[in-house]
Design a protein. Structure first.
Length: 307
């Protein structure tokens, strides 16, 4: 990885009912094009600083901590969580504020769950959105949604619930942040992550308790609830999508499953839609240079088209 995060972000808040959305902002005050980044389930905005920092030379960037994640303080009750529309609505609020602050439509960029939320927000409010950059978004066919609902109703474990079951078993407290980094580095879901990404994930996703230990800010129960909460309808969101986009998806274990790459191409015939060879679902951590180039190419396309 050749990327180095050159710009330091500032943490800010957007008040919402019951709390506030916390986000990182890269802005030098020169009126650059606004870009919002939405992270994957269980992560936080700071996780992607190595990816977003280099883009701050071209964009005014905000990267949120989604509800139930990082430093955001909005209500997040796992027992009541059934779908990701709450992220769509929170993201629309972020886009409204960003649009008001800059006077410009916003590029929504998202990984995994953040990509899905970005698609749903853009489908509902194209008046706020200039375009989308999607990195292995969670886009699963209706049968998966029905299967998840059935397994949830019957209380079954395993199968489509495996990720949720695993999340619930995650350790939430570590002796220190350094201990957490060492425990995760090169293992499990983090096996392909560069250490810098992992260190940023831990720094942005933990709090230091009074006893000096580091505790995850995204509770394992909330992360698990997200894996189970598939009551939203991505087919409907894609059918309504009217903004341009770019889509990169993983070669191994992609969450952007058939028929969605094909359905997406039909929504934007000029879109760059590509499977990234050698990548997993953690494509942004594995190929940050490629993702950065994709964002710049997409922005150039928007400029050419006068968008």
């Amino acid at each position: 990885m050749n990327v180095v995060a050159k710009a330091a972000p500032v943490r800010r808040e957007l008040a919402r009912a019951g709390g506030a959305i916390s986000f990182l902002e890269w802005d030098d005050g020169t009126g650059k094009a606004p870009l919002h980044f939405a992270h994957a389930n269980g992560f936080n905005g700071a996780t992607y600083k190595q990816l977003l920092g280099p883009l701050a030379d071209q964009f005014h960037i905000r990267a949120w901590d989604a509800r139930g994640h990082g430093h955001t303080t909005l209500p997040a009750d796992p027992a009541k969580h059934r779908n990701w529309y709450v992220y769509r609505d929170d993201l629309i609020a972020m886009a409204e504020d960003f649009h008001a602050a800059t006077g410009r439509k916003v590029i929504l960029m998202g990984h995994s769950m953040g990509g899905a939320a970005s698609v749903m927000a853009a489908s509902e409010r194209p008046d706020l959105v200039r375009g989308l950059v999607l990195i292995d978004p969670v886009m699963t066919p209706p049968m998966f949604r029905y299967m998840m609902a059935l397994w949830r109703l019957t209380g079954r474990k395993g199968g489509p619930m495996s990720l949720a079951d695993g999340a619930e078993r995650r350790r939430a407290v570590f002796e220190s942040r350094d201990t957490a980094v060492e425990r995760y580095f090169g293992r499990g879901a983090f096996r392909t992550w560069p250490r810098a990404f992992l260190a940023d994930y831990i720094e942005g996703g933990t709090r230091i308790r009074e006893d000096g230990q580091a505790e995850l800010l995204c509770a394992p129960e909330w992360e698990a609830a997200n894996f189970r909460a598939h009551g939203h309808n991505m087919n409907r969101a894609v059918a309504k999508l009217s903004v341009p986009f770019a889509l990169l998806y993983a070669a191994e274990g992609s969450t952007c499953r058939a028929p969605f790459p094909t359905l997406m191409r039909a929504r934007d015939r000029k879109a760059h839609v590509a499977e990234v060879p050698g990548s997993t679902h953690f494509l942004p951590m594995e190929f940050p240079d490629l993702v950065i180039a994709e964002v710049r190419a997409f922005a150039a396309r928007l400029e050419r088209e006068g968008r």
